[in-house]
Every structure is written in C-alpha cells, then in structure tokens.
Design a protein around this ligand. Structure first.
Ligand code: KIV
Length: 263
C-alpha cells in the first residue's frame, strides 16, 4: 500500500470521511499506519503521557523526539506534528521552529493553534513551503485548567468570528483545519464554506473528518478526564490491570516462570 497523498485526502472532501488519531510512540504508529489517513503527534502528549496539568510545558525537544519515533514508523498515513506553546509567537520564530521540527522528524505537516492574531504567521509559513494544519475553536494551549473548557460557536457573534477565521486561514494557504469543540451548525457552515477539509474533534459529523486521542478511545488511563466527545471503543485499562494481577499471582505462586519460559 503506497503512502496516501495530500491530493487524495483533498479528494475525500464531500465524499468520504477523513480519519485521524494520535500517536506518540513506535508501537501505536505501527498500529495506526495505513488504518487512518492521518497520524497526529499531538502536544496532548503533555497531559496524556507525561501527566502534566496542561499542554503549556511541552517543549520542542519532546515533540521532536516523539515525532521522530512516530514518523519513522509511519509509512502509509500522512503525519502531523503539533508546534508547542510559545514556539510560534512571531513569523521568524515560527519558521525557524517549524523547519527544525520538520527537518528532524520528516513529518508532512505542522499544526498550530490559531486565532485572528496569528493568521499572518500561517501565511508566512505557507509562503515558505511549510505545510500547515490550523487548529481553531477551543485551542488547548490557551487553557491552564482544562476543566474550564467550554464549546464555542453557539451564538451568532462567535459563529461568524469562527467562519471568518477559517476562511482567512484557507486563504493563507493552510492545508487542513482542525475544529475543536465547535457547535454543530457552525462546524457545518465552516465545512461548507471551505474547499480544504475540516477535521473535527467534538465538532459534529458535519466535518470532513474526525480526530481523537488514541489513548482516550482505548481507555489506557482511566484517571484521565474524558470530555463528552470521547467514545471509548475498548477498555485497555481493565485488561492491563487483569494482566498485572495475573502476573503477580503467578509469581507469588511460583507458577511463573515455568520450564517453558526458562533456559
Ligand atoms: O494535541 C492533540 O492531540 C490535538 C488533538 C486532540 C486535535 O491537538
């Protein structure tokens, strides 16, 4: 199976939903590769993997290292890497860091959290041949406390603001737009207005595709706060607890390692 191209992803708009899940490591990259269109190395790794309170402490080195592990094990899907907090505050800083991440990891896209203030940065990156994914709506880097997050785009002011922003980002050359926690009619209007695909997370099935954090859909960590938009497909946490208990029991009963597992 050859690697999916951006052109093929574009052609899916209005035809076939686009799929995207997160990976931070080689094993998950191997599982996702070819089963989803896009693999995202999200800065959600700060909270999900490192137990940080929010994503603001994630730094460039972390994204580069996890990004390299994922991209070098992803041959069929396209890859996106998040630019961490405070690494794209102005055009020069954004270009330097985007080039650093992309050169080191060989990912296809960088993703940046966007508002009306940094559209010019997206434009500057795309003019410099960087493939950018923009992230609008609820942008987690703005929050130090995730329990304060609420959906957006519910009134006409917010809705018009988001629609205008999405259009500006398309005009600035962004390749895909992630819509996070955006009310469904606003997500529908944005999706219909744009020629590039929208990828939703908590933004309804009116989007051209969907993204979720893989650790959430498999319930790897049952202590993690799970917003309304997360569907759990398998309870890995329960299965791992059972495996750990069985191992401990076997060791205590001297059942492991038996001859089969010994030299
Ligand atoms: O960091 C991340 O994983 C993300 C997705 C949840 C969209 O930005």
């Amino acid at each position: 199976m050859p690697k999916i191209s951006y052109k093929k992803i574009l052609l899916k708009k209005n035809k076939e939903p686009i799929t995207c899940l997160t990976a931070y490591s080689k094993p998950l990259a191997n599982i996702l590769d070819g089963n989803v269109d896009l693999v995202l190395v999200g800065d959600s790794l700060g909270t999900t993997l490192y137990g940080m309170k929010n994503t603001r402490s994630v730094n460039l080195e972390m994204m580069k290292n996890h990004g390299k592990a994922v991209v070098s094990n992803t041959k069929k899907s396209m890859t996106i890497i998040d630019m961490p907090y405070k690494t794209y505050r102005n055009k020069k800083e954004a270009l330097k860091n985007a080039l650093d991440i992309l050169t080191y990891t060989k990912a296809d896209f960088v993703k940046i959290e966007t508002d009306h203030k940094n559209v010019a940065i997206v434009k500057y990156l795309t003019e410099n041949k960087i493939k950018v994914v923009s992230h609008i709506g609820v942008t987690p880097q703005k929050f130090s406390d995730f329990s304060k997050i609420k959906s957006v785009g519910k009134n006409s002011n917010e809705s018009n603001h988001l629609i205008k922003l999405a259009k500006k980002l398309e005009d600035a050359g962004t390749k895909l737009i992630v819509l996070e926690c955006i009310e469904m009619n606003t997500a529908k209007k944005i999706t219909n207005k744009l020629t590039i695909p929208t990828i939703g997370i908590g933004a309804s099935n009116f989007c051209d595709g969907q993204v979720l954090v893989t650790d959430d859909i498999i319930n790897l960590d049952s202590n993690n706060y799970k917003p309304k938009f997360i569907k759990t497909y398998i309870d890995v946490n329960k299965d791992v607890i059972n495996a750990v208990k069985s191992f401990v029991k076997d060791v205590k009963n001297k059942k492991f390692p038996s001859k089969k597992y010994s030299y």
